[in-house]
Design a protein around this ligand. Structure first.
Ligand code: ADP
Length: 188
């Protein structure tokens, strides 16, 4: 069985943790654009060096770069066979359209787009306590503002296609995981 998912949620909503549970349940590839960018930064590639500046300021890396990275990643065997959960992508309308084009060209489609819903005050508090290098007050405020501006419309876009399911992200890791798995099973 192939499972193709996108997970949305404000920064700090617990997407990374929940993606691990999804990966363990369905054997899909976890494709996190944030993780891939951080790996490029660590490796010191040219792309990584450029991305670092944008990431440190809490901005968004250019659509073309991100679309290219994801298109390539989706053709790797672990994503082709079992499927994938995309985390942190698509984050803008052009990225959402690019994703659907990439999938359509490979005769594939999404099973579900999950919206892990956690209120703004809660994610702000969580981010401030996790202490990642790009979690400065300014960068956090920037990223949350960008989420509303750029990413919210992407949710509406997927909702219009009947793919969006919102899941309450408050509660223990296990409670949230059970909710997500139930919703995914329902969509398959
Ligand atoms: P967060 O969810 O806290 O923003 P991520 O790990 O998803 O963390 O992303 C870290 C940074 O990487 C973002 O702030 C952004 O600069 C960049 N980034 C990640 N995914 C994308 C994307 N799809 N489009 C543009 N920039 C991205």
């Amino acid at each position: 069985m192939t499972v193709r998912l996108v997970i949305f949620g404000r920064q700090g909503a617990g997407k990374g943790t929940q993606c691990l549970n999804i990966v363990n349940t369905y054997g899909v590839a976890h494709i996190s654009t944030g993780d891939m960018l951080r790996a490029a930064v660590t490796a010191g590639t040219e792309m990584g060096t450029k991305a670092k500046e944008v990431m440190d300021a809490g901005g968004l890396v250019g659509d073309e770069i991100i679309n290219g990275i994801v298109a390539e990643r989706l053709t790797e065997p672990d994503a082709e066979g079992p499927g994938f959960v995309l985390d942190g992508y698509p984050r803008t309308q052009p990225q959402a359209e690019a994703l659907l084009n990439i999938l359509a060209a490979a005769d594939q489609s999404l099973d579900a787009v999950l919206n892990l819903d956690v209120p703004l005050e809660e994610v702000t508090a969580r981010m401030k306590s996790r202490g990642r290098e790009d979690d400065t007050d300014d960068a956090i405020a920037n990223r949350l503002a960008l989420y509303e501006q750029e990413t919210r419309p992407v949710l509406d876009f997927f909702d219009a296609q009947g793919l969006l399911v919102t899941v309450d992200g408050l509660g223990s890791e296990e409670e949230v995981s059970c909710r997500l798995i139930a919703v995914i099973n329902d969509q398959l």
